[in-house]
Design a protein around this ligand. Structure first.
Ligand SMILES: Cc1ncc(COP(=O)(O)O)c(C=O)c1O
Length: 368
């Protein structure tokens, strides 16, 4: 390949001295689990997201599991989620014995479709929660999803593993969701150098439960464990790295938007469909995904020409072996099924050089 799909080293070059110094501080104070950097990062992340509390944890999958456990969701309960997302969204539901109920996505934004959600809720039993996904970095339709959650008395979770930093009408998803979860997997827009995750909430009592559940469910009496929890803590080294990365995150979001705009200007046509962000939305462009006819041969051609591209996702979750027996929307998943054959993600990160982006654009237009 001529250049990487996501260039983590370009970012590292900018903050290498700060990260090295931060890691040295951790090595010297030696509090590798729940050291001071963890709480410092949690405070800064909550501030970045417009207030409330942030509770960090070991990864973005646990970040979904922990609030579900706190809400008492378990065997026999139904949780609605898109099929068109990474499998971890449904996995977090199924692993605690609950039922992931697959809902279709909007054909334009690829985020949870309120109409399909409502039809699914009406058909379901023991409905407990909705998980919206900020797919490819753009916010879901939170005002409509919140209204549905309130109407049916359901919890609303924002799986913002791909969307940390996205906004709708200038506000973060926490404005609507009961809890927002995210992943710091290295390739995510706000990634660390290993696994990591976090949950954000404005609910003080949920925060307390999450703090306990991420630490084996420990109680207030020393030695007592009040609940069956997980060992799911963000380690101090990762928190120290994230503190440095958060400092440049706003600039990186701006850069990603500039690059996305440049792609859209060059590529929009009758043949390709460039991404559309929900009205009033700010995407952080975890992926820049376009719809291409004859996607698989275009992808093969791009790769042969040395341009890295990816298909997210070749198989929607409801078609995957572990998830094929769970329920799907009564109206089917037509938009999910259409997306799976057409979507191709182009190289996207905050440090993509104009000449590399030009090579992507020219090669792709050549195929068209
Ligand atoms: C939408 C979504 N949810 C959850 C996750 C899980 O995050 P992690 O890999 O940190 O467990 C991911 C990660 O790829 C994701 O994309």
């Amino acid at each position: 390949m001529k250049f990487p799909f996501i260039d983590l080293q370009a970012q590292r070059a900018i903050i290498a001295d700060e990260v090295d110094a931060a890691l040295k501080r951790v090595l010297e104070h030696g509090q590798f689990i729940l050291g001071p950097e963890v709480e410092q990062f949690e405070i800064q992340l909550a501030e970045f997201e417009g207030g409330g509390h942030a509770v960090s944890c070991a990864n973005g999958t646990d970040a979904i599991i922990l609030p579900l456990k706190a809400w008492g969701v378990g065997p026999g309960d139904t949780v609605f989620c898109p099929s068109w997302t990474y499998a971890a969204t449904a996995e977090a539901i199924a692993v605690i014995g609950a039922i992931p109920y697959f809902v279709d996505v909007d054909p334009v934004t690829y985020n949870l479709c309120p109409k399909s959600l409502r039809a699914s809720i009406l058909q379901s039993q023991n409905a407990k929660a909705i998980i919206a996904v900020d797919l490819f970095g753009q916010p879901a339709n939170y005002p409509e999803l919140r209204a549905i959650a309130d109407e049916f008395d359901l919890k609303l979770m924002a799986d913002s593993a791909q969307g940390m930093g996205c906004r709708l009408s200038g506000k973060a998803p926490i404005e609507w969701a009961d809890v927002v979860t995210t992943s710091f997997f290295p390739a995510k827009p706000l990634g660390c150098y290993g696994d990591g995750g976090a949950m954000l909430t404005r609910d003080e009592s949920l925060k307390e439960q999450l703090l306990s559940l991420r630490f084996h469910g420990r109680g207030t009496v020393p030695g007592d464990h009040a609940k069956v929890g997980l060992n799911s803590r963000l380690d101090t080294m990762q928190a120290a790295i994230l503190i440095e990365k958060l400092k440049i995150f706003a600039d990186e979001i701006e850069a990603r938007n500039r690059i996305a705009h440049r792609y859209t200007e060059a590529l929009q046509s009758n043949i390709l469909r460039t991404p559309k962000v929900i009205e009033g939305g700010l995407s952080i462009w975890a992926q820049y995904s376009i719809e291409v006819p004859d996607r698989d041969s275009v992808m093969a051609g791009m790769r042969a020409a040395g341009i890295p591209v990816a298909a997210y996702y070749p198989l929607p979750t409801h078609m995957q072996t572990a998830y094929k027996d769970f329920p799907t929307s009564p109206d089917g998943l037509p938009n999910t099924m259409a997306a799976k054959d057409m979507i191709m993600a182009l190289p996207m990160h905050a440090y993509l050089k104009p000449e590399d982006q030009d090579a992507v654009i020219e090669t792709l237009l050549g195929f068209m």
